[in-house]
Write a protein that binds this ligand. Structure first.
Ligand code: HEM
Ligand code: HEM
Length: 306
């Protein structure tokens, strides 16, 4: 099924040239935000593994997020998820109901307006606590470890994004490897690829609800400074349903994210041993991280280490 949102890519040797326009820009931002969230989720599961060491170990592992100057980066993360989710819903709508592509301009404008409104609300709620702090308090570094970990969270995403923005802005010469389409048509040659394509869309729709609820609890009903190891143990003990919800987010987000990463990487690494190695690493690492992430949740649920 080929729609306006999923036209064939304009291939040239080494990729496709970035030509600007909303279709390409939304596609590029979707790809960047997706890969950035995969990276965050990898670290996020690693941080959760510290719950095996009890609340204090978890607090030490997540200190970086409690530094006021780190707040804008958390806002950026939430906005990356919001952008990716809204654009993903738009793409899925065009793919399943091709007749809606007739109205693609208005759909884009409505999506953009919703994004701006959510972004304003997120920025106000998350940054407001900073307004009552002095500059010294805002720029306080909790420890050398939390500064280094903050850089580990931010730099691997920020540096490539700045590089891509620089190349896309025309400051540099040479083609940028992007696709001119917002999405891809459902693959028909392979049953596995077709199922994976359907999974990306269905898991995305379900995750919108689950992840927004997760973020709402972590950033709106609580301030990030209140999200401690004890908070996690207490909320699992008080409301056992959280394990089901977290397991569902873990399963869907991790599989969706890794399958997305596979699509992105194999777009650029088209054949040969490098491709096989990339796929094997994603598969193996994906399984180990998924199993450990689930084990953490069962551990917390049983009240062990609290
Ligand atoms: C919150 C709800 C979400 C929705 C509605 C959504 C939707 C989508 C859709 C429709 C696609 C296009 C798939 C395709 O072209 O075959 C996609 C791709 C992708 N998603 Fe998501 N997604 C969501 C959350 C996430 C999360 C949490 C992650 C990371 C853990 C993620 C990572 C990716 C990646 C890496 C891609 C591949 C991008 C590409 O091919 O250029 N997504 N998403
Ligand atoms: C900075 C924003 C975020 C904060 C403060 C946060 C906080 C937490 C906390 C405290 C937990 C421990 C379990 C619990 O209490 O539910 C957790 C688990 C989890 N979160 Fe988040 N979260 C954030 C963003 C996200 C995003 C964007 C995703 C999805 C891409 C996500 C996916 C998960 C998953 C899958 C788990 C379970 C981890 C495991 O099984 O090891 N979180 N989060």
């Amino acid at each position: 099924m080929s729609t306006v949102a999923s036209q064939p890519r304009t291939a040239i040797k080494g990729g496709a040239i970035y030509r600007g326009g909303t279709g390409m820009l939304t596609w590029l931002l979707h790809r960047i935000s997706g890969v950035a969230v995969v990276y965050f989720l990898t670290l996020h599961i690693f941080e959760a593994m510290n719950l095996f060491g009890g609340p204090a170990a978890y607090n030490a592992a997540t200190d970086a997020y409690k530094q006021p100057w780190f707040r804008p980066f958390e806002v950026a993360l939430v906005l990356a998820v919001v952008y990716h989710a809204l654009n993903g819903l738009r793409v899925a709508m065009f793919d399943y109901w091709p007749q809606t592509t007739k109205h693609h301009r208005i759909v884009f404008r409505i999506g953009a307006a919703i994004f701006v409104l959510i972004a304003l609300a997120v920025a106000i709620v998350m940054l407001r606590p900073l307004f009552s702090l002095s500059l010294a308090q805002i720029f306080e570094v909790k420890s050398a470890g939390s500064l280094i970990y903050a850089l580990v969270i931010v730099l691997p995403v920020a540096l490539p994004v700045l590089y891509i923005a620089w190349r896309g802005s025309g400051l540099s010469t040479g083609p940028m490897i992007v696709s001119p389409s917002s999405s891809r048509p459902a693959p028909t040659m392979s049953r596995f690829e077709n199922l994976a394509w359907q999974f990306m869309r269905l898991s995305g729709v379900v995750m919108v609800l689950l992840i927004f609820l997760h973020l709402f609890i972590m950033h709106f009903t609580n301030d990030i400074t209140a999200i401690t190891g004890q908070f996690v143990f207490d909320r699992f003990a008080a409301t056992p349903i959280w394990i089901i919800i977290d397991l569902l987010i873990l399963f869907l987000a991790w599989l969706h994210g890794l399958n997305g990463l596979r699509i992105v990487l194999t777009d650029y690494i088209r054949r040969g041993n490098a491709r096989k190695i990339v796929l094997a690493v994603i598969g193996l690492f994906g399984l180990v991280w998924l199993a450990t992430g689930a084990a953490v949740l069962f551990y917390v649920q049983r009240g062990l280490g609290a």
